[in-house]
Design a protein around this ligand. Structure first.
Ligand SMILES: *Cc1c(COP(=O)(O)O)cnc(C)c1O
Length: 427
């Protein structure tokens, strides 16, 4: 389809009719304007829309609680004691993992810390963490505080990789070269699978390989990657990964998070970790005895008993992902974001280079998101788009992020964005 995109409403409509996922749009609630019209929602990279089946899943657990009180832990149809097990298979499919490698728990930054406690084990010689420059602030703070926890100043322990001068995203070869060059000092390579700001997809496979070759661990923050692109964490031999479930995975504000720990670490009881009773051997958990025995696999990193309500919400969303599958979702996403990129090129043709994006052009190096930079008055443009019912977001100093989510956005949404932008550039 890529070749014959057209900047017309008819084309967008036809593309929607041909889109095998178009019906999924109706499975989500769209925010509306004062007149009751659906907004152009392009912010699924920040907070995914609510799936219509979600309240059913959450209400089910509220009813179980009403009915059973504490006995719901064993008597509920989905016993709360084992609730995290019910999300495992579907979550593993999202990130390309074996079931034993995945657990749903806590929130993202908390999980990042738990993983770094285990996989950032600095020694005198090898103490550096490689991260992308301008990583998401929470990740920066997490990494800084981990360095301090081990007695290092962030400046000495944190190694940042950034784009070359005049370029907007990072070349994979530069990442690999830096890993090789600093290899003997690097304890951990920790990157976003997709950079939240530029939308760049990192080559997680080759980076993991390079990191291991120099003897470092490798972990990824998949906040912007989970539910967006296809992942093969097991095959890529990644040591750990973490992700949130409220962005592309549509599980609601503040939703729960996922953790991946590679199978090769599943039975290693020597890995230092922060422990809690939910990570303890399930068969002996209620013996209430001294002496922590970790569950094999990712389960052994759990601390607290499962958060049933956010996890019920996540189950609802995972059910939809399971129906469609990541490969279908990604297939549409490449076409849909490709269409948006085409429309932006059109705007530039019509109005003279008004809008660039710092996201890679190559579809393999990006997910759903395009990070736009206006030639001038970016903030004004963003405010005007917002006033015209486009839901996007603004990231200092000059980026407007838009992301058509393939599960619920349409070609017509992209076209509406284009039409609105056109009226703004005309004025
Ligand atoms: C969204 C996002 C976060 C948010 O962290 P929470 O712990 O869920 O608040 C952290 N890191 C990255 C890279 C993100 O994109």
């Amino acid at each position: 389809m890529t070749q014959d995109y057209q900047a017309t409403r008819e084309f967008a409509k036809k593309a929607d009719q041909k889109d095998p996922l178009h019906a999924y749009r109706n499975r989500f609630y769209f925010p509306k304007n004062d007149k009751g019209q659906e907004k152009v929602y392009l912010c699924g990279n920040s907070l995914g829309l609510q799936p219509k089946n979600l309240s059913e899943y959450v209400n089910k657990e509220l009813e179980e609680w009403k009915k059973w009180g504490v006995d719901g832990h064993l008597e509920a149809e989905n016993p709360w004691l084992y609730y995290h097990h019910f999300l495992r298979q579907a979550a593993a499919r999202i990130v390309g993992a074996k079931p034993i490698e995945v657990v749903i728990m806590n929130n993202l930054t908390v999980n990042l810390h738990l993983m770094m406690i285990s996989f950032y084990r600095p020694t005198k010689q090898r103490f550096k963490i490689l991260i992308e420059a301008s990583a998401f602030p929470s990740d920066q703070y997490a990494v800084e505080s981990q360095a301090r926890l081990h007695g290092y100043e962030p400046d000495e322990a944190i190694l940042e990789i950034k784009p070359r001068k005049g370029e907007s995203y990072i070349r994979n070869e530069d990442i690999i070269d830096l890993i090789k060059k600093e290899g003997e000092h690097i304890a951990l390579v920790m990157l976003g699978g997709i950079n939240y700001y530029t939308g760049q997809v990192f080559d997680m496979k080759s980076i993991a390989k390079a990191a291991h070759e120099v003897g470092a661990n490798v972990g990824y923050d998949l906040a912007h990657a989970a539910g967006n692109i296809e992942l093969s964490l097991h095959e890529w031999n990644v040591d750990f990964a973490v992700w949130c479930t409220y962005k592309y995975l549509n599980s609601g504000p503040g939703g729960t998070s996922g953790v991946f720990v590679h199978e090769k670490h599943a039975n290693n009881k020597e890995i230092p970790r922060l422990a809690g009773w939910w990570g303890h051997d399930e068969a002996a958990r209620f013996e209430m005895k001294k002496g922590f025995i970790p569950m094999p696999g990712a389960d052994g990193w759990q601390l607290s008993n499962a958060q049933i309500l956010p996890m019920a919400a996540h189950r609802a969303s995972l059910a939809i992902f399971d129906e469609v599958g990541m490969s279908e979702i990604r297939k549409k996403s490449v076409e849909l974001t490709g269409y948006l990129a085409f429309l932006i090129a059109k705007l530039n043709e019509e109005f003279g280079e008004v809008l660039t994006y710092i996201t890679p052009q190559n579809p393999e190096q990006r997910g759903a998101q395009l990070s736009l930079v206006a030639k001038k008055d970016g903030r004004k443009l963003y405010d005007a788009l917002t006033a015209q019912d486009v839901v996007a977001d603004w990231r200092e100093p000059d980026v407007i992020r838009i992301a058509p989510a393939p599960l619920y956005n349409s070609y017509s949404d992209c076209f509406r964005f284009y039409e609105i932008a056109k009226t703004l550039f005309k004025n």
